[in-house]
Ligand binder design. Structure first.
Ligand code: DAH
Length: 347
């Protein structure tokens, strides 16, 4: 029995030393010390021993048990700290490693110009509104006094959604005049920027999608003088106090009289020439067209329930890309839509 006990001690010590997880330790505890364990089995045979042998073997068995228990505790602590150490090592965070630098972006040049223009108009009391890009032909053409068969209604110019040509992608922001007058009573002072769509091939000055900014002012006693005064003041704020403007007569079905406003070319200062060559910015014109405008047609007021005998108004529509190109000295419209980061970073 003595041999058996010593053997148990030796085997248990070796096995415990090799165990490397809490689960393995528990398995060994059961194997040696459990109710059906090997040490317990030996102790059960104590009864067969002589009276002299019994206390001696009892003592030995107790010391084997105590050794195994001590070893179990020791291994438990060792395994616990090893696991902890491994966890700490795997979760180690070196706060001295340099971080990834996040580069700050900025607004798109066209949005910058839009923002500046909006701020100027808001400062003058204009209300900025938004409207649908998918529009009814009724608003885009008919109620703007654009008759059936007008060339701008042609399928080769306009993106239609329906076979009867009643739903389309708006070709101008002018339908916002109708939408605004339908829902608001004078005095009105509105600005409506947004995307418009036309079947144009993309080149340096054309794109099938571009942005317009529509403006509308309706009140009693509004005259062409108010139109000129407001637009000149606004353009001087945008392009500088010393910039030169001119108004030319024009025709739009929804305004009467109608005009276009030009700005003197900032590159050739109106001469049309730079170093003996035709100016590339204005193509020799000396002037750059900025917008279309006019006094709101009485028919347009009437169809929105506004009495043209009492009220009058002016409206204008400008191309945002053209404004951005002029302000930022961009010479190809496509650059604005390409979103090449090397281009955008220049602003
Ligand atoms: N909608 C016109 C266009 O797309 C521009 C325009 C002209 C707008 C005269 C107006 C206006 O409000 O009064 O060419």
């Amino acid at each position: 029995m003595k041999q058996q006990l010593e053997q148990i001690r030796l085997q248990a010590m070796a096995a415990l030393e090799a165990a490397d997880s809490p689960a393995a330790l528990e398995e060994l505890r059961v194997k040696w010390l459990g109710k059906k364990g090997e040490l317990t089995a030996v102790l059960k045979m104590m009864g067969k021993l002589s009276a002299e042998e019994r206390p001696v073997m009892g003592q030995l068995a107790n010391s084997v048990r105590a050794d195994i228990e001590a070893k179990l505790e020791e291994r438990k602590a060792a395994i616990h700290s090893a696991v902890l150490e491994a966890k700490l090592a795997s979760e180690a965070l070196d706060v001295t490693i340099p971080g990834d630098t996040v580069t700050m972006g900025h607004q798109h040049p066209m949005n910058m110009v839009l923002q500046q223009i909006k701020e100027i108009f808001v400062g003058l009391g204009y209300q900025v509104v938004d409207g649908p890009e998918v529009e009814l032909a009724d608003y885009n053409f008919t109620r703007l006094n654009i008759e059936e068969g007008h060339p701008s209604r042609d399928r080769s110019d306009t993106f239609y959604f329906s076979d009867d040509d009643s739903v389309l992608l708006r070709t101008q922001t002018s339908p916002m005049q109708i939408r605004f007058m339908e829902n608001n009573k004078p005095p009105l002072c509105m600005l409506a920027p947004g995307r418009v769509f036309r079947k144009d091939e993309a080149d340096a000055t054309h794109s099938p999608m571009f942005h317009q900014i529509e403006g509308l002012v309706v009140d009693e006693h509004i005259t062409m003088g108010d139109l000129k005064g407001a637009l000149v003041a606004i353009m001087k704020k945008i392009y500088g106090e010393d910039s030169q403007m001119r108004f030319r007569p024009h025709h739009f079905p929804f305004t009467e009289p109608s005009c276009e406003m030009d700005m003197q070319c900032h590159k050739c200062h109106g001469t049309g020439e730079v170093d003996g060559h035709v100016c590339s910015t204005c193509h020799g014109e000396g002037w750059i067209e900025l917008l279309g405008a006019g006094m709101v047609h009485p028919e347009v007021l009437k169809c929105c329930g506004i009495d043209p005998e009492k009220y009058s108004g002016f409206a204008f529509g400008m191309g945002l890309e053209r404004m951005a190109m002029g302000r930022m000295r961009i010479n190809d419209l496509r650059l604005i839509f390409d979103n090449d980061i090397r281009f955008l970073n220049q602003f």
